[in-house]
Design a protein around this ligand. Structure first.
Ligand code: PHE
Length: 498
């Protein structure tokens, strides 16, 4: 095959000799290259101005089918059958098992290349009828592949078309003639104006390629944010607009103490079971607890206090020390509220976080053993349930969700607790969008927060709104090793319809 970079020049040299012009398809045949490459050469010559003229035509043209190409490579079916028959003959039943057996047999028979002995011992047997053959089907297809359409007459072509070795196709070709500025020596057009050309003045004699304003730019290689991260950015933005500060959530491993005990969650609570929580083997236990605070937590669980009767059970530090993968980001809220209490002079705060949590759950289309929680916390004197509902309305309105309903619920660390529902216009029903509540005094007072300070909080998952937003039905298409990276590349930035 000819070198493609010299194709425009070969074309010009042929054109120099062809007074009437050239057909691009014939050129391709003569040069033994794909027609599309010649079309490319025509286009690049056209861009030089008046060197050539090219007129588009549509012409009928014979092309080899996949099977036809196969014949060129390996011989016709009948030739393959002939070569498969040894001098001592072959059982017809064996011959029929060959890939080209059926077609090859009848063609080779009508060519009288082979003969059939129906009464042979062991069953009908095939013998060669001639010493050698000429595979003209292959030869003709070979010539046609090289662009020599006149190698066959129409009858022959139609014969091979019937055998599905040839097909007649309509293609766009060019009729190429010399232009007013015809030349056989084209200088490559410059695509860049370099500092050297300016310094030496050589740009004056150069021929510059015109801008192609229709060309699409090269898509720059770049990183892509995962849809979850795109939606996280939007939620973060909402919190920041509302004056919230982000909490440090950079520890997936947490002690049971901060994840459960500090939140007034009793040690025999089912959530603390192996079935719901991942426990760490190494290191199995956490150290470094604020011991005076830990003593107050132990007391409120086992004996009560701050107006509560507690759970009245034998609270064990062993249980509190157990390391786990945090099951909710409320563990971080708890650490932050404790720190706030240590500050001495209480100041109101608004905190948020969006990060990963882990639960030993049964996996299904919408649940994995890890997901992201979005959490908001507000601490101030005298906050009420009305404040919580107001903040939730404000928060969800920014998400484009205005119809909210609240349903009483239970969390060990909040009282009252409310599940949050919103009306889904698409599904035409109320769907759960979050969980919320007012942290219990049994949680806040042992930390040392002043009486009269109340803390309202809520949480929701990041995966759920992301799946809805990006129309993903199976969580495995969003997270994990089955994720199609093209989905990540193609997902647009997230705009929440507020
Ligand atoms: N931690 C709760 C959960 O995991 C969410 C929540 C946060 C509820 C804050 C109330 C207050 O579902």
């Amino acid at each position: 095959m000819a070198d493609c970079s010299v194709l425009p020049e070969s074309l010009l040299r042929r054109l120099e000799k062809a007074d009437d012009g050239l057909n691009s398809l014939e050129v391709a045949g003569a040069l033994g290259v794909d027609h599309q490459l010649v079309v490319g050469a025509v286009k690049s010559l056209q861009s030089l101005g008046e060197v050539i003229q090219a007129e588009q035509r549509s012409s009928k043209h014979w092309e080899l089918t996949e099977e036809g190409k196969e014949v060129v490579d390996n011989g016709s079916h009948e030739a393959r059958v002939f070569t498969a028959v040894p001098l001592e003959g072959l059982l017809q039943s064996e011959l029929m098992k060959l890939p080209s057996g059926k077609v090859g047999f009848s063609k080779a028979m009508s060519n009288k290349w082979i003969r059939l002995d129906k009464n042979a011992e062991g069953g009908p047997r095939i013998y060669r009828a001639v010493d050698s053959i000429t595979d003209s089907v292959r030869e003709k297809l070979h010539l046609l592949r090289d662009g020599k359409e006149d190698a066959m007459d129409d009858k022959e072509k139609n014969e091979l078309k019937k055998r599905k070795l040839l097909a007649e196709v309509n293609i766009k070709t060019y009729w190429i003639t010399r232009g007013s500025a015809f030349t056989t020596s084209v200088t490559k057009q410059e695509t860049d104006l370099t500092p050297e050309m300016i310094a030496s003045g050589s740009w004056r004699d150069k021929n510059f390629k015109a801008y192609n304003f229709d060309a699409l730019g090269v898509i720059p290689e770049c990183g892509h944010l995962h849809p979850l991260m795109k939606v996280r950015t939007q939620f973060r933005q909402i919190f920041l607009e509302m004056g919230f500060t982000e909490m440090p959530t950079n520890n997936f491993i947490e002690s049971s103490f901060w994840n459960f005990d500090s939140l007034f969650q009793p040690q025999q609570h089912p959530a603390r079971d192996q079935h719901d929580t991942f426990f760490l083997e190494d290191p199995a236990e956490a150290t470094n607890f604020p011991m005076d605070y830990l003593a107050r937590v132990k007391k409120v669980h086992s004996e009560g206090g701050y107006g509560s009767q507690g759970y009245k059970y034998d609270w064990k530090i062993k249980e509190a020390k157990k390391n786990i993968l945090r099951t909710h980001t409320t563990a971080v809220s708890s650490r932050m509220l404790y720190q706030l209490a240590q500050q001495g002079n209480f100041t109101p705060v608004k905190y948020f976080s969006i990060d990963r949590v882990f639960r030993n759950e049964t996996l299904d289309a919408t649940h994995l053993a890890e997901f992201h929680q979005i959490e908001g916390v507000v601490a101030d004197y005298g906050l009420t349930l009305g404040d919580l509902m107001g903040v939730l309305h404000q928060f969800f309105t920014k998400l484009g969700i205005t119809k909210l309903r609240f349903k009483p619920a239970y969390n060990p660390y909040t009282e009252p607790s409310m599940e949050v529902f919103s009306y889904h216009e698409g599904l035409k029903k109320w769907v759960e969008v979050g969980n919320s509540g007012i942290f219990r005094p049994e949680m806040l007072l042992p930390m040392g927060l002043p009486e009269g300070v109340s803390v309202i909080a809520w949480g929701l998952s990041l995966e759920r709104p992301t799946m809805i937003k990006y129309g993903i039905n199976n969580i495995r298409e969003l997270v994990g090793h089955k994720v199609n990276l093209q989905m990540v590349y193609d997902s647009p930035i997230c705009r929440l319809d507020s």
